[in-house]
Design a binder for this molecule. Sequence first.
Ligand code: HEC
Length: 212
Amino acid sequence: MKTQTWAAALVALALPATLAAPMILAQEPVMAPHRAATSGEPVALDLVERGKYIVSTSGCHDCHTPFMMGPNGPEPDMSRALSGHPQDLLMPTPPVLPAGPWQIVVSGTATAHAGPWGVTYTANLTPDAETGLGKWTMQQFVDTIRTGRRLGRGREILPPMPIPVYRNLTDADLEAVFAYLQSIPAISNKVPDPIVAEEVLELEAPGETAEK
Ligand code: HEC
């Protein structure tokens, strides 16, 4: 599918450093003992801790936490951690780029992206019931990442969400990620719908909207 190709190209060209980690982690069972860097003693990471570790090493904040300008340059605003594109930041029509290798534009918050697939806004991953993942089940989360479709049966998850990378995580790692996401503070933030060709959104499954 065309958008999948875009996602794959993005991952291959732009994001390899931040996104390589989960593929390596996927080789280990979730409860495997880890060696503490200092003592060499094995320490057990519980599910939420492991999820936090994966989220913080796999680039989720790079897109799902709004960036702000700090004293040392752009940094994620952790008071809005993983809450997605801010609802009050209305983005104007993206600039039309001249033909050539520049093809994607990104908001200063790094939460809105425009490219050949359309305009997409990063989702609210906090457990807010109305605007985040509060009503999602573990299985729906795993199915979403595994299939690249919302809830495993709805519309395609669009670029630049690196589905081609994260679908390689083990079930145990995806479950840890979801457990962590459900443990963080819920933030009410209604992310706008993407602006893409209608046929993409028509893939929305019956009942999908009601469940989110
Ligand atoms: C390069 C940017 C980027 C990175 C990195 C990223 N995401 Fe996303 N993510 C997005 C965008 C953009 C969307 C919305 C796409 C759409 O509207 O179809 C999204 C959507 C999602 C969704 C779907 C939510 C919904 O309500 O439909 C989930 C779940 C998700 N991301 C989880 C994660 C997790 C977990 C990580 C880290 C392991 C992560 N994302 C890293 C950009 C990113």
